[in-house]
Design a protein around this ligand. Structure first.
Ligand SMILES: C[S@@+](CC[C@H](N)C(=O)[O-])C[C@H]1O[C@@H](n2cnc3c(N)ncnc32)[C@H](O)[C@@H]1O
Length: 273
């Protein structure tokens, strides 16, 4: 590690610190293409997936703690700018009341649908107009858990790189490729999907357990408030409903996505045996 890639910073008004703090705002994230992920475990997850932070800030007085020292060395060796900061400075750039000892600044990556190869995985997830960052992050985490090929964000969604969304992914933001498309592009893409494309909706009587899924299966979920829009709904080959016995009028979006991801994964694995 070369010394000129390490800066000691004790002032919260340092310009680099101000730039990192600004990444809490969507506008700054959009302008810079950067985002923040907190915690040594999350940064380790990134490095394990070959994603190197542009900058890594850590508490100077904790630099030799094993978890901090490990990511500090790996990130520094891979070319990250290391910021050795005071506890007060780390508190300023953290979103949490109880700040982590490590904060990474990473470059955002969202792919186009033209880069997506459906054959790369048996199961894929698409979310139309997801608005809640916790839901988006949980969906990415669950998609990772079943080995989904990626998550497609359709239309106007919340920012997958907001601190809330990133935190909810628990590191899976670095493992699961994200794709983005407007509604017209997504409709054409869904129509050309080579396997099963299944929309989840309340407005159907088809029980999700009765469908014969074929690989690759694309699961499409609607927005929290109004569900699937008419264009995407019409483009999906099938619509399914998760039956509900009690009085709830719908499931939480990420719960519905999780049930579908597991059901499709198990069904396709079972049929491959
Ligand atoms: C909170 S729900 C949206 C409810 C909305 N009022 C509607 O009419 O669809 C968010 C998304 O989760 C999925 N979802 C929730 N409950 C579901 C269920 N019981 N069956 C199928 N999909 C469900 C659908 O993709 C839905 O668009």
């Amino acid at each position: 590690m070369t010394g000129d890639r390490v800066r000691e910073i004790s002032s919260p008004t340092n310009p680099l610190i101000k730039d990192i703090r600004a990444l809490h705002m969507r506008k700054a994230r959009a302008e810079t293409g950067l985002f923040v992920a907190e915690g040594a475990r999350t940064v380790r997850e990134a490095l394990d997936h070959g994603v190197v932070p542009e900058m890594l800030a850590y508490r100077a007085d904790q630099r030799d703690q094993p978890a901090v020292a490990g990511v500090r060395k790996a990130a520094g060796d891979a070319g990250a700018l290391l910021l050795e900061v005071s506890a007060g400075v780390l508190e300023k750039i953290s979103q949490r009341d109880n700040p982590q000892s490590v904060i990474g600044v990473f470059r955002q990556r969202v792919r186009k649908l033209s880069e997506l190869d459906p054959a790369k995985s048996q199961v894929w997830l698409a979310l139309e107009g997801v608005k809640d960052p916790g839901n988006l992050g949980t969906c990415v985490r669950t998609a990772d858990a079943v080995g989904a090929g990626g998550v497609i964000l359709i239309g106007n969604t919340c920012d997958p790189f907001s601190p809330e969304a990133v935190r909810a992914t628990m590191g899976s933001i670095f493992a699961v490729p994200l794709y983005a498309a407007d509604t017209a592009e997504a409709v054409a893409f869904v129509r050309g999907w080579p396997g099963t494309c299944v929309g989840t909706a309340l407005q159907t009587d088809t029980d999700y357990r009765t469908v014969a899924y074929s690989a690759p299966t694309l699961i499409v979920n609607g927005t929290e408030q109004s569900g699937l829009g008419p264009e995407i709904r019409a483009a999906c080959g099938k619509l399914v409903r998760l039956p509900m016995r009690g009085r709830a009028d719908s499931l939480n979006l990420s719960v519905a996505a999780g049930i579908m991801l597991y059901a499709v994964w198990h069904r396709l694995e079972g049929s491959a045996r």
